[in-house]
Write a protein that binds this ligand. Structure first.
Ligand code: GLY
Ligand code: MN
Ligand code: MN
Length: 428
C-alpha cells in the first residue's frame, strides 16, 4: 500500500477542538482498535480506530492517547503511548514508530512506551475528576465480544470507582460530522479512485466473466492508485444476486441479458468512498431495464438538491421513498389507487425498495451521526436510491457521495451514470 504523507496540524487541531468541549479536570482516553487474529499466526488486516486516527494520525496497533488539559505538569497534558520497537517484534512485523516518528506524525508533545503507561495514566487520572471513555455509539453497531475501548473502560471503572465517567462519543461524533477541507480532499480522492475502478470494470464486463473477476479489476485499480483497498466488502452481483442487498460472495457468472449491480468504494488515507453502479452485462440495457434504471437515476438527480443545511437523513429517506413510489406507479408495479388504499404501516413501495437511501460517510463508510441530526454545510452523505423487482430479475442501485452545501456538491459527479455513457464505455 502506498504511504501517504501525514498531516500533523490536522490531528493537532482536532485535539484542540475536542478539548474545548471537555469539562474541567478531565482526562480523555482513546485507545487503538485490537489487532485481531484470523487463525494460527495470521492476523486480519489492521484498521485503526477512526477516532484515534482523527486525533493523532497514528495508524499503529497498541496505541493509547490520553488528554488531560488541566494537569499541572505540562508534559502530562497530552500523552501518546505506543508500542516499543523491539528487535524481535520488528523481525516479524516490520518497523514500529520511534518516539520521534510518533511525535512528528501527531505533534503530540509527550510520547511514551505503552508498557510504561500505567504510572503516567494513573497520575493523569488522579489529577482529574472526570474520565472520558470512548465507546462505539453507532446505533447499528453490534459486537458480541467486548472490543478494546469497551474493555479498557471496564478496567478503569473497576480501578477508579469514585471517578465520574463520561461519554466521549457524542462529542467526537459532533466533531467528525462536519468535514474539513483536508478531509473532503481525501474523500474526493477516494471517490476518484473508485471512479477509475468503475471505468476499468466497464471495459472488462462481458457475458461470461465472473463476478470475482470484476472484483479483481476493481481491486487492481484501487491498489495501483494508492488506496489501501476496499472501504467495505464490495458487492458484485449479477442477475438475481443484484437483488441481495448485502451480497458479497461474488462468485457467479455474469450472463447475457442480466444486470450487474456493483457497490464498491476505495479507502484512501482512511477515508471511504461508497459508490453503486448498475450496468447491463451485454453492454446494452433492455427497454424494461432502461425504464427502471432511468426511474432510479431521475430520483437520484432530483434528490441531490435535498442535501442542504437543516434537512435530516430521516426526512430525506421519506422524501426519496415518496419519489420512488411515484416512479414505481409509472413503471406499473402498482397503481395510485393501490397506494391510496394501502396499509400505511406497510407501504407498497417497500416491497421494491426496502432500505434507507442515505447515511453519513467519512472515516467510516457508515460514519458517525444520527438520522435526526440537522445537516450542516460540510457534512458528507451517500445518496443511494434503488429498485429491486424480484419477479423481473431486476436489481438496481445508484449511489453517489454528496457534500452538504446550499448547492450540494457531488463528489461522484464524474463517475458515469447516464445510460448512454455506460453503453458507450462498455462498447468501445
Ligand atoms: N456499501 C454499503 C452501503 O451502501 O451502505
Ligand atoms: Mn454502498
Ligand atoms: Mn451506502
Amino acid at each position: 500500500m502506498k504511504k501517504l504523507p501525514a498531516n500533523p496540524d490536522f490531528h493537532k487541531n482536532n485535539r484542540e477542538t475536542l478539548l474545548k468541549s471537555l469539562s474541567h479536570n478531565s482526562v480523555a482516553i482513546i485507545v487503538a482498535n485490537d489487532q485481531l487474529n484470523r487463525n494460527g499466526d495470521q492476523d486480519f488486516p489492521y484498521r485503526q480506530s477512526s477516532d484515534l486516527f482523527y486525533l493523532s494520525g497514528i495508524d499503529q496497533e497498541k496505541t493509547v492517547l490520553a488528554l488531560c488539559p488541566d494537569h499541572p505538569d505540562e508534559n502530562l497534558r497530552e500523552v501518546l503511548f505506543v508500542v516499543k520497537p523491539e528487535p524481535v517484534l520488528e523481525t516479524w512485523t516490520g518497523h514500529k514508530l520511534t518516539v520521534d516518528e510518533a511525535k512528528q506524525i501527531s505533534k503530540i508533545r509527550t510520547v511514551k512506551w505503552i508498557d510504561d503507561m500505567e504510572i503516567s495514566l494513573r497520575d493523569m487520572i488522579l489529577s482529574s475528576e472526570n474520565i472520558y471513555v470512548n465507546l462505539n455509539e453507532y446505533v447499528k453497531y453490534q459486537n458480541p465480544v467486548a472490543y478494546s475501548a469497551h474493555r479498557f473502560a471496564g478496567e478503569l471503572r473497576e480501578a477508579y470507582p469514585a471517578h465520574q465517567f463520561k461519554r466521549l462519543a457524542p462529542i467526537l461524533t459532533e466533531q467528525r460530522l462536519v468535514k474539513q477541507t483536508y478531509e473532503i480532499e481525501r474523500m474526493q480522492e477516494a471517490c476518484d479512485i473508485t471512479g477509475a475502478a468503475f471505468e476499468r470494470a466497464l471495459k472488462f464486463v462481458n457475458p461470461g466473466v465472473y463476478e470475482y473477476e470484476v472484483e479483481a479489476e476493481i481491486t487492481h485499480e484501487y491498489l495501483m492508485r494508492g488506496a489501501r483497498g476496499h472501504a467495505y466488502q464490495p458487492i458484485v452481483g449479477s442477475g438475481k444476486n443484484a437483488l441481495v442487498l448485502h451480497y458479497i460472495e461474488n462468485n457467479d457468472e455474469c450472463k447475457a441479458g442480466d444486470l450487474l449491480l456493483m457497490d464498491f468504494g476505495a479507502e484512501y488515507g482512511n477515508y471511504a468512498a461508497d459508490c453503486s453502479r448498475t450496468i447491463p452485462v451485454s453492454g446494452k440495457f433492455t427497454a424494461r431495464q432502461k425504464a427502471c434504471y432511468e426511474a432510479v437515476l431521475r430520483v437520484q438527480k432530483e434528490a441531490t438538491a435535498l442535501f442542504t443545511p437543516g434537512n435530516t437523513i430521516d426526512k430525506i429517506n421519506k422524501a426519496v421513498w415518496a419519489m420512488m413510489e411515484k416512479e414505481m406507479i409509472g413503471l406499473g408495479l402498482f397503481t395510485k389507487a393501490d397506494v391510496d388504499n394501502q396499509d400505511p404501516a406497510n407501504p407498497l413501495f417497500f416491497k421494491y425498495l426496502m432500505h434507507g437511501v442515505t447515511h453519513f460517510i467519512g472515516l467510516d463508510v457508515h460514519d458517525v451521526g444520527s438520522k435526526y441530526r440537522k445537516l450542516e454545510k460540510g457534512m458528507v452523505l451517500t445518496l443511494e436510491p434503488g429498485i429491486y423487482i424480484k419477479e423481473e430479475n431486476i436489481g438496481i442501485r445508484i449511489e453517489n457521495n454528496i457534500v452538504v452545501e446550499d448547492i450540494p456538491f457531488d463528489l461522484m459527479a464524474n463517475i458515469p451514470r447516464e445510460v448512454e455513457e455506460i453503453e458507450e464505455l462498455m462498447n468501445q
